[in-house]
Write a new protein. Structure first.
Length: 165
């Protein structure tokens, strides 16, 4: 049996003992697809969920498969653990204008990596599908004023409070 490591210096299931140890600690890759692992590999899995709450600010939109990330959050959270998420609000007028302008002028490097933007229902459906109960959703992020920022058609971010079911 071999242990799967997440390291650019080692391919999956390649024994580490034949090579010099890397300058950083090797960790298992919990997001790797089970189908990508050969059957002769031993994969470390944490036996029990340990975390009571997770903040996730401006992360999910960069993942090709956000459901896999949410599934991992679900796995490591305690029963009824809390998840606080911020996502880009696709329905905000600011985002609509931004998307139109950047299509013409070119995307800033960090925004060129964004894979997903979400509407209110879409964000709630994504979290519900991965085993979370959405407790509250608010728009915001401009800092103009509390009443103005919270309008779903204006706030460029969705702030979501959810709980593991």
């Amino acid at each position: 049996m071999r242990l799967v490591f997440d390291s650019p210096a080692h391919s999956p299931c390649e024994p580490v003992t034949d090579q010099a140890a890397p300058p950083f600690p090797l960790q298992p890759n919990p997001l790797a697809e089970a189908t990508e692992r050969p059957t002769n590999c031993l994969v470390y899995q944490r036996p029990h969920p340990l975390i009571a709450g997770l903040p996730c600010s401006s992360v999910i939109e960069y993942f090709e498969a956000p459901a896999m990330l949410l599934n991992e959050f679900h796995r490591v959270l305690k029963s009824h653990g809390k998840l606080i998420v911020s996502l880009p609000n696709r329905q905000a007028l600011v985002r609509i204008f931004e998307n139109s302008a950047f299509r013409l002028t070119g995307w800033p490097p960090y925004l060129a990596l964004v894979r997903h933007q979400y509407g209110y229902r879409e964000a709630c459906s994504l979290l519900n599908a991965e085993g979370f109960k959405v407790n509250r959703v608010e728009a915001g992020g401009l800092g103009i004023g509390a009443w103005f920022d919270r309008l779903r058609c204006w706030g460029p971010l969705l702030f979501i409070s959810a709980e593991k079911r």
